[in-house]
Ligand binder design. Structure first.
Ligand code: MN
Length: 136
């Protein structure tokens, strides 16, 4: 499936676009993040759980991963560890997107390998600013 997407002839703008992998199990959040990024010129791929996140990170080598922490089965932090244990993709920046962002959670997320975090519900400006920061 990923190979088919890559071989379909994209427009110049899409071809040069940075790819963001959104990992999110909530449909409304997924749609919001996807639409926001797409409208700002990013190429978007989606994963609904941790296992899919790891698989898409490997198959598509995205430029940035937005990682929901609260996921069914494998948590976002566990998926982050798995991605960072893979030498081919371990440098991919991962930004946590989480509803739980107390000081303790923030430390746990950063200690867990995420470069940064975005609090849910998101502020659109903050969301876009952080995405841009890790893609420039
Ligand atoms: Mn979630």
């Amino acid at each position: 499936m990923a190979a088919m997407e890559k071989s379909s002839a994209p427009s110049e703008a899409i071809k040069d676009a940075k790819t963001v992998l959104i990992v999110e199990d909530n449909d409304l959040n997924m749609k919001l993040f996807h639409d926001l990024l797409e409208v700002h010129g990013y190429r978007v791929i989606e994963a609904r759980n941790g296992a899919e996140a790891i698989a898409r990170a490997r198959s598509d080598a995205p430029d940035l991963i937005l990682m929901d922490i609260q996921l069914p089965e494998i948590s976002g932090l566990k998926a982050t560890q798995e991605i960072q244990a893979d030498p081919l993709i371990k440098e991919t920046p991962i930004v946590a997107v989480t509803a739980y962002a107390t000081r303790g959670d923030e430390e746990r997320i950063l200690a867990g390998g995420c470069r940064d975090y975005i609090a849910k519900p998101i502020s659109v400006a903050d969301f876009l600013e952080k995405v841009k920061r890790y893609l420039d």
